[in-house]
Design a protein around this ligand. Structure first.
Ligand code: GLP
Length: 267
């Protein structure tokens, strides 16, 4: 079912996000990192919303390098991850908790007590959802959210798949079959091993961030990016709801940005 934004249109103002298209993967990472570093230097106690997936990996590497080589201090930061598979045993090698430890947290100095992610191993997801909603409330709106975008035309952010509404909050969701197919690459290529459900921050939780960066790379993202930025704002394209936020930047490589028609800013 497609939920058109129309009935609620008067409740929202629509903005044009900043779009930066860069000629290489590395430049995308460097530009994203420069925005994150600026935020950390300005406020070492910033609250960050963090994504998993391959898109933010280069950014996370640069954060690790900045900590290890230049002592960029991150001990004041608070992080709240966007989502986590459910169910998966604690410490499962493909859990997002493990991903974040392996690719960022184990190499920098944000204390564990300031890092939040939904628990993939709970028996009662509803209880975990309430806990996570309280975490989001207590830690306040994020100063900066880092997002990727789902594969092909799923246009998902976090695990807000097609059908998600702009007022959605942290909840248990069914993962789109297209996403399961794409994410099977992290599960030895076997779709049957990918959990079919996840706990995800909702669109409304994400839109509460003061600033949002979306990173997209590669030709597999081009159609989705075009749809999100130039198509209708609706639940068929959950990332299109980012156009309801006044402070969003899309950082794209040339492949991901190649179908955009309107004049775009290239650094
Ligand atoms: C997963 C995550 C999303 C992420 C997406 C894109 O499905 N739930 O938060 O944005 O993957 O992944 P990638 O960056 O690997 O393309």
């Amino acid at each position: 079912m497609t939920l058109e934004l129309k009935p609620h249109l008067e409740d929202f103002q629509v903005y044009r996000p900043d779009i930066v298209v860069l000629p290489s993967n590395n430049l995308v990472d460097e530009y994203a990192f420069s925005r994150v570093e600026e935020k950390i230097l300005k406020n070492p106690y910033s609250v960050l919303t963090l994504a998993t997936g391959s898109s933010p990996l280069g950014l996370y590497n640069l954060m690790i390098q900045a900590f290890q080589r230049r002592n960029l201090d991150m001990q004041g930061l608070t992080t709240r991850n966007l989502d986590e598979y459910w169910p998966l045993p604690k410490g499962h090698p493909k859990s997002y908790d493990r991903f974040m430890r392996d690719n960022l947290f184990n190499h920098i100095n944000i204390p564990e007590s300031q890092r939040y992610i939904p628990n993939s191993a709970v028996e009662d997801p509803e209880k975990e959802i309430s806990r996570y909603q309280s975490v989001l409330k207590q830690t306040g709106p994020a100063d900066l959210a880092i997002l990727g975008i789902g594969p092909e035309l799923t246009c998902h952010i976090a695990f807000n798949e097609r059908g998600s509404t702009p007022d959605s909050r942290t909840r248990l969701v069914q993962i789109d079959p297209e996403t399961i197919k794409a994410n099977a690459r992290f599960f030895d290529g076997d779709e049957n091993l990918v959990p079919h459900q996840a706990i995800t921050q909702g669109i409304a939780d994400i839109l509460e961030s003061k600033e949002i960066i979306l990173i997209a790379k590669g030709k597999g993202k081009a159609q989705g990016i075009q749809r999100v930025l130039e198509g209708p704002i609706n639940s068929d394209s959950p990332a299109s709801f980012l156009r309801l936020h006044p402070n969003v930047i899309f950082i794209l490589d040339e492949e991901a940005g190649r179908l955009l028609e309107k004049p775009i800013q290239c650094l």
